[in-house]
Design a protein around this ligand. Structure first.
Ligand SMILES: Cc1cc2nc3c(=O)[nH]c(=O)nc-3n(C[C@H](O)[C@H](O)[C@H](O)COP(=O)(O)OP(=O)(O)OC[C@H]3O[C@@H](n4cnc5c(N)ncnc54)[C@H](O)[C@@H]3O)c2cc1C
Length: 394
């Protein structure tokens, strides 16, 4: 891409996808501005742990020049997975090898800091919420932020997640509730303060599902455990239950009624948490989500293909999208050729992966989980590595 005159490129959203895109652009000498509504990189809790796959997230980090830094932060032991029945019977206890690098875990907050700190100072304009984006008659786009500030750009990249304000420029699609809500619970200083939870979760994850519900927990860094208490119910289930989400005692009592008869140690994920619960209804954009190519605008990550967390592809794909879009911009003569080439690869990949709604239905169906439905985790790791080799040899 000719950088004279420098194209004005705006990325909306400093999540894993937007930051990866900006980093790879800068590594190729291309100017970019990132806008995010957060006041700073650590303005809010960034969420749990992410496993970055060898064939997607790690490829993006390599192009970003950050793969070694990632491995220095990441927890290979976090790939451990225990699958239990709701009665506490262990179906699978997978422990990865000490140097297994198929999909090491990293806290989202650590990943965001790694990516944000790698950018030229001043690249990210924090505290800027995009309120609207509109096409100008000359083919550029005008971005308007909540502060009243506007910017005219040659390319706007919507990396602003599930409820993207950029998406309406290309598509009418909106997120749809999956019928599954995760109620999040937190455990600090878990090894000493919550030994039963620490034992249950081990180094990685524990999953117990059955009877349309699930208890899932993951070890984050710094002795923190995050649990997802999964229920299949209406999006406003708490209203029907007549409770206030801020009333921790009432939420706990309601959840305990729903999980009556479950194993006592599993129930510590509902009874022993620190602080309030956080309600997280899961949404997807029904796949395939495509749009007519629109000069001057494109989407990546959740803005383009919001998936359920089952499959673990969301952040991985967002980063690969960001990386590939940046490389396309570096390698093509015009922004429009670059975006066309990027969308030609990204849209079919996302369509093939699907929205993950069926996986949710499988995991939170009636009765006990069918052991035959449990993935072979060692083989999944080998697949990521084979996928990485195939990607590099394309
Ligand atoms: C419970 C749960 C568990 C998950 N676990 C995994 C996992 O293990 N592995 C995995 O790969 N994925 C996982 N995901 C999915 C993953 O979190 C997302 O796919 C990923 O964060 C998408 O990255 P993104 O950069 O596209 O968007 P986001 O991470 O959503 O980032 C969007 C950014 O845009 C900013 N923004 C939003 N609106 C505006 C606006 N109007 N103006 C300015 N800025 C704005 C936000 O502040 C945010 O920083 C999980 C999701 C959930 C809900």
């Amino acid at each position: 891409m000719s950088t004279s005159p420098a194209p004005r490129i705006a990325v909306i959203g400093a999540g894993p996808g937007g930051l990866t895109c900006a980093r790879v652009l800068q590594r190729h000498g291309i100017d970019v501005t990132v806008y995010d509504r957060d006041a700073s990189a650590d303005a809010r809790n960034q969420g749990g742990t992410l496993d970055l796959h060898a064939d997607s997230g790690q490829i993006a980090l390599q192009e970003a020049g950050l793969l070694d830094d990632f491995h220095a932060l990441a927890r290979p032991e976090g790939q451990a997975k225990r699958i239990l029945t709701r009665h506490g019977e262990v179906l699978v206890d997978y422990r990865p090898g000490t140097h297994e690098d198929a999909a090491p875990e990293v806290d989202r907050g650590q990943l965001r800091t790694l990516l944000a700190d790698s950018l030229t100072p001043g690249t990210i304009q924090w505290g800027r919420t995009l309120t609207s984006a509109a096409a100008n008659p000359d083919g550029t786009h005008r971005l308007t932020f909540d502060t009243g500030i506007t910017a005219d750009v040659d390319l706007v990249i919507g990396a602003d997640g599930a409820w993207s304000r950029v998406r309406p420029l290309v598509s009418d699609a909106m997120p749809v509730y999956t019928g599954v809500t995760f109620v999040e619970a937190h455990f600090d200083n878990v090894d000493t303060a919550h030994p039963a939870v620490a034992e249950l979760v081990g180094d990685g994850h524990v999953f117990a599902t059955g009877d349309h519900k699930g208890l899932i927990a993951q070890r984050n860094s710094d002795q923190h455990v995050r649990a997802y208490i999964a229920i299949t119910d209406d999006v406003d289930w708490y209203r029907a239950a007549g409770i206030d989400l801020d009333d921790t005692t009432a939420v706990r009592a309601t959840l305990l009624r729903a999980f009556a008869g479950w194993d006592e140690q599993l129930l510590t994920l509902i009874t022993d948490n620190d602080g309030p619960y956080v309600n997280r209804p899961l949404f997807v954009i029904p796949a395939p989500h495509t749009w007519p190519h629109t000069p001057g605008v494109t989407l990546l990550g959740d803005a383009a293909h919001l998936m359920s967390p089952f499959g673990g592809n969301g952040a991985n794909f967002a980063m690969l999208d960001g990386c590939e879009l940046a490389l396309a911009i570096a390698r093509h003569d015009t922004l429009d050729e670059a975006v066309t080439a990027y969308e030609r690869t990204m849209l079919p990949r996302a369509a093939e992966a699907g929205d993950g709604a069926a996986a949710l239905a499988r995991n939170f169906g009636p009765g006990d989980r069918d052991p035959a439905s449990i993935p072979d985790f060692a083989e999944a790791g080998e697949q990521y590595k084979r996928g990485a080799a195939a990607y590099r040899n394309r």
